[in-house]
Design a protein around this ligand. Structure first.
Ligand SMILES: Cc1cc2nc3c(=O)[nH]c(=O)nc-3n(C[C@H](O)[C@H](O)[C@H](O)COP(=O)(O)OP(=O)(O)OC[C@H]3O[C@@H](n4cnc5c(N)ncnc54)[C@H](O)[C@@H]3O)c2cc1C
Length: 477
């Protein structure tokens, strides 16, 4: 999997003739702007940034790149947290700012067809104004693109009840690494013709082709929703509440968790009256019809009290509920204000193991003398331990790396994974084998090589040069 990095003047002119002069960027300032994404401590300059206007233009670009072995890094809004859009082997960064149209709303088949550059929040607002609902709601939805969401298989606050992006992707148009157009799926309810290539492309992080059109499933917009909030003096009580809610056969739309450090950071940032003394907070939301919503939210509040909540109440109004959800969505931004570098992880475990995982994270932070706050989608077992550090302090960074490795290891030992929704990118590539094993990695490599034999699509992502050695700290294998 070798790529040759080379975008000479003649080639620049070829790209310019495809996309037009206004859609090619190559100044130092532009290269710098596209040399990093939302991931701390990763940076590399691209050679050229292109903003194509159509699938056909992408076909022409990819054909040149295939012939000349130029790396292509598709980039939505660059909000991924795994260095997935850092052009670590140079080449072309492909933007979708000229491909951000909502193309069709099909009310009979309940689908919407969009270009990849549509902003997630804009899509959500558009379908809701038509009485329909697109549930996946990553906290970054005000900036992230649908193309990025599909390529990362992103989750969100509503994942527990409604699933993640893959559960809504019905069809894709993809430009393959050879520059051919492939149409996958359709507006069908059922389709078992051949291997499930649609699912292979979802979550492929720009390594198997360029996604140029997306058809998504929609569902009717729920009539009612209500939010409850519970505070706890112990993390274990909050974790027990999560398990007890599910054991009581309630599937809330949202069951979000913040620890004391995160509560304090959000309060500093937003001043919304969160109690800084609480050790943990759960945000619980249900949607559906009025009767069911009322019943479920009251039951969840009662369960929280039975499990030791110091306070468990219903949000007084929709406005208060929106403020609380905005507070939760702002957790990462709020924590980022505390120290120069924020490294957010994505360890995910079966929901029954949440208490053990949260406790292990705290022990690991203590052991390595680090500031790690945790928040996340508790109902999904998807936690975001967030390390507040400073990349300029090499000694501290070495401790951070050790701590994160230990967190991944514990997650795997508890039956979990190294990433629940953020993807592997370049950052977590050295750990992927811990999850997949050698056989799994070899199969993935075979798939990549057969689709992209020259490794021009987002090289260096998902597949690491070297796998990190497993640590033996908790008696795992
Ligand atoms: C504050 C904050 C909160 C976040 N909250 C969440 C959350 O709740 N849930 C969650 O899952 N994630 C979350 N994320 C991570 C991130 O926002 C998601 O992964 C999101 O889907 C990335 O979208 P993007 O448009 O920024 O894509 P980018 O970061 O630009 O790209 C992501 C990946 O997709 C590939 N790609 C992009 N477009 C295409 C295309 N058209 N064809 C092929 N490949 C493509 C890129 O090469 C890259 O590998 C959060 C990030 C931040 C900064």
């Amino acid at each position: 999997m070798k790529v040759v990095r080379n975008v000479g003047l003649e080639m620049k002119n070829s790209f310019l003739s495809i996309v037009g002069v206004e859609n090619v960027k190559y100044s130092q300032a532009h290269m710098l702007a596209y040399s990093y994404d939302a991931t701390a401590n990763f940076q590399a300059m691209p050679d050229l940034v292109l903003s194509p206007r159509s699938t056909q233009e992408i076909v022409e670009i990819v054909k040149i790149c295939a012939k000349e072995q130029i790396p292509i890094v598709p980039r939505g809004s660059g909000t991924n947290l795994a260095a997935g859009t850092v052009p670590t082997q140079g080449g072309i960064v492909l933007l979708f700012n000229n491909m951000s149209e909502i193309l069709e709303l099909d009310k009979e088949n309940l689908t919407v067809t969009v270009q990849p550059g549509v902003i997630t929040q804009d899509l959500s607002n558009y379908v809701e104004s038509n009485g329909l609902f697109y549930p996946p709601d990553p906290s970054s939805m005000k900036i992230s693109t649908i193309g990025g969401n599909v390529s990362e298989n992103s989750g969100g606050l509503r994942g527990l009840k409604y699933g993640v992006t893959k559960d809504y992707v019905k069809a894709l148009t993809v430009v393959t690494p050879a520059g051919e157009v492939m149409k996958l799926g359709g507006k069908l309810a059922k389709d078992v013709a051949g291997y499930d290539l649609l699912s292979l492309l979802v979550g492929s992080e720009g390594t198997l082709g360029v996604i140029t059109e997306i058809t998504l499933k929609l569902i009717p917009l729920p009539i009612a929703k209500k939010t409850g909030i519970a505070y706890f003096n112990s993390l274990e009580d909050a974790a027990e509440t999560v398990s007890a809610i599910i054991a009581n056969r309630i599937i809330p739309v949202t069951l979000e968790f913040m620890d004391k450090g995160t509560i304090g950071a959000v309060e500093d940032f937003m001043k919304i009256g969160l109690p800084r003394e609480a050790e943990a907070m759960l945000l619980m939301e249900q949607d559906g019809n009025d009767k069911q919503v009322d019943e479920d939210i009251q039951k969840m509040i009662a369960i929280a009290k039975e499990n030791g909540a110091t306070s468990a109440i219903l949000a007084a109004s929709e406005e208060e509920s929106d403020i609380l959800k905005t507070g939760r969505r702002a957790a990462l931004s709020a924590l980022s204000r505390k120290r120069p570098t924020t490294i957010l992880e994505d360890a995910t475990v079966p929901r029954s193991e949440i208490a053990k995982m949260v406790k292990a994270i705290q022990e690991i932070a203590l052991k390595h003398d680090l500031q790690i706050s945790t928040f996340g989608h508790a109902g999904d077992g998807n936690l975001h331990p967030t390390c507040l550090t400073d990349v300029r302090d090499q000694e501290e960074m070495a401790r951070v790396e050790k701590a994160l490795e230990e967190i991944f290891q514990v997650a795997i030992e508890l039956g979990g994974t190294i990433t629940g929704e953020h993807g592997v990118g370049e950052m977590k590539a050295p750990y992927l084998e811990w999850k997949l094993g050698t056989v799994g990695m070899n199969l993935m490599r075979t798939i990549k090589q057969s689709i992209d034999p020259q490794n021009i699509m987002n090289p260096g992502k998902i597949f690491a040069k070297e796998t990190k050695k497993r640590l033996v700290i908790h008696g795992g294998n």
